[in-house]
Design a protein around this ligand. Structure first.
Ligand SMILES: [Zn+2]
Length: 70
């Protein structure tokens, strides 16, 4: 009977806030998702997929490092 009221109250008490995702590296606001696949050659285990959130600056830095041939 009071379900509708409870719903309204719970919305008031716990307003849905937009979630801010922070960069995994520098804790600025993240704007990119970086997917890393970690696989051990010769292992029968499934490759591990790691997803981290990073900001634009760190994304560029990682790509620069990744693309530079050493
Ligand atoms: Zn960052």
């Amino acid at each position: 009977m009071l379900n509708w009221l409870r719903k309204i109250l719970s919305k008031e008490i716990f307003p849905s806030r937009p979630k801010i995702i922070h960069c995994h590296v520098c804790f600025l606001k993240a704007t990119h998702t970086l997917r890393i696949i970690s696989e051990e050659f010769g292992s029968e285990e499934e490759p591990k997929e790691i997803i981290i959130k990073i900001c634009g600056g760190c994304n560029e830095e990682i790509h620069e490092r990744y693309n530079s041939s050493e």
